[in-house]
Design a protein around this ligand. Structure first.
Ligand code: ADP
Ligand code: DP6
Ligand code: CO
Length: 360
């Protein structure tokens, strides 16, 4: 009887506070700047992937949210992740073969796969589905293949699926070091601090629209690299210093500084989008209204109590300390009653941190 091998795992999204936007190598997915993010808990937003391997499968197939990817062979990003994990599995099989004899080693690396992945939140709407999705693909493969490698090693493979995915291999506060090598071997994610470092910090996700964005992150950032002069200024003069300041604010748990840097970096990323020609607009009127509401709230409070940030889409993520979350929820509901504005809101605040565990 032929045995089928199967593994299922889940992965969280991460929301950047120093944004990645721009590639210096589009094949290897090497960024033009380093970035920092916070990994959210998997309570509300997660990807779940099941992978089966069998010598009876005629070809490798993938379903995303129930729909089969018909052109998988030409999906370079998925193929990158499959190739790299298979190579590691092959090395592992050879090593095991030498130890216990080739006949006793399962040649899983030669089997075709059936991959089934689902996101429990809007896909391609600026809520980092490519991050949780590709992190989950690579993590599930590493479990299926029983790869003896670190999360940082896996981050270099996930990066080749979607840049932001490399950061979702870790929980807590994570940096993606851009690296300087041409082969990308030093472009990897590292954990700055674990999930229990700053338990008072929470994130609120405001889903303004679950529609698929008009310009994907991949297309958008390539267009920005080609046409924006502001992006080069950001790369040379802004991000290197911000990386240090943001790391420091996280380690010191200085919310005020963390919030200021987060909002400034979100603003500059969207300014680069506007500086792209033709311009890219990810924010809409509701996004901008949220920026105003948070700005006014911070002004009235006499201190930074909330930080907004927006990825490549209109949906807001608000970082705040736990004690201020009820006040912020009331504020958002006052200005954006869900019935009037088309705004879905996760009213129970997210526990920000998962336990670094991305498996089940
Ligand atoms: P987002 O803002 O959601 O990250 P992107 O434009 O960066 O949007 O990426 C969206 C793309 O990521 C999807 O069209 C799909 O190709 C890929 N993706 C999303 N979720 C998954 C998943 N669970 N497994 C594999 N690929 C995924
Ligand atoms: C605005 O990682 O989705 O969310 O590498 O082309 O797949 P690709 O792009 P992606 O870009 C994310 C951009 C961002 C900022 C960030 O997450 O750092
Ligand atoms: Co993405």
């Amino acid at each position: 009887m032929v045995q089928t091998h199967e593994k299922t795992a889940t992965s969280p999204v991460n929301i950047a506070v120093i944004k990645y936007w721009g590639k210096r190598d589009t094949d290897l997915i090497l960024p033009t700047n380093s970035s920092i993010s916070v990994t959210l808990s998997k309570e509300h937003l997660q990807s779940k992937t099941t992978i089966r391997a069998s010598p009876l499968f005629e070809k490798t197939r993938l379903w995303l949210n129930g729909i089969e990817e018909i052109n998988l062979i030409n999906n370079k990003r998925i193929q990158n992740c499959l190739r790299e994990t298979k190579l590691l599995r092959k090395d592992y099989e050879e090593k095991l073969g030498k130890e216990i004899g080739m006949d006793n080693v399962l040649s899983l690396s030669t089997y075709n796969l059936h991959i089934c992945s689902e996101n429990n939140f809007p896909t391609a709407a600026g809520l980092a589905s490519s991050a949780s999705g590709f992190a989950c693909l690579v993590y599930t493969l590493s479990q299926l293949y029983e790869l003896p490698v670190s999360a940082t090693e896996l981050s270099k493979i996930a990066r080749q699926g979607s840049g932001s995915a490399c950061r979702s291999l870790f929980g807590g506060f994570v940096s993606w070091q851009m690296g300087s090598k041409r082969d990308g071997s030093d472009s990897q994610a590292l954990q700055i601090a674990s999930s229990d470092h700053w338990p008072e910090l929470e994130a609120l996700i405001c889903v303004i629209s679950d529609a698929k964005k008009g310009t994907s992150s991949t297309e958008g950032m390539q267009s920005t690299v080609k046409t924006s002069t502001l992006l080069q200024h950001r790369i040379d003069n802004v991000v290197p210093e911000r990386m240090k300041l943001m790391t420091d604010s996280i380690l010191r748990k200085d919310f005020s500084k963390f919030a200021e840097l987060t909002m400034k970096d979100s603003n500059q990323f969207h300014a680069c989008c506007l500086d792209t020609f033709p311009p890219i607009f990810y924010l809409n009127d509701t996004s901008r209204a949220i920026i105003s509401v948070i700005t006014e709230y911070n002004d009235k409070s006499g201190e930074c109590k909330a930080a907004y940030t927006f990825d490549a889409g209109p949906n807001a993520v608000i970082y705040a300390l736990k004690q201020n979350i009820p006040e912020i929820i009331n504020l958002i509901f006052k200005f954006f009653p869900p019935s009037r504005e088309n705004l879905t809101f996760f009213s129970d605040p997210f526990k920000l941190f998962s336990d670094r565990k991305i498996g089940n």
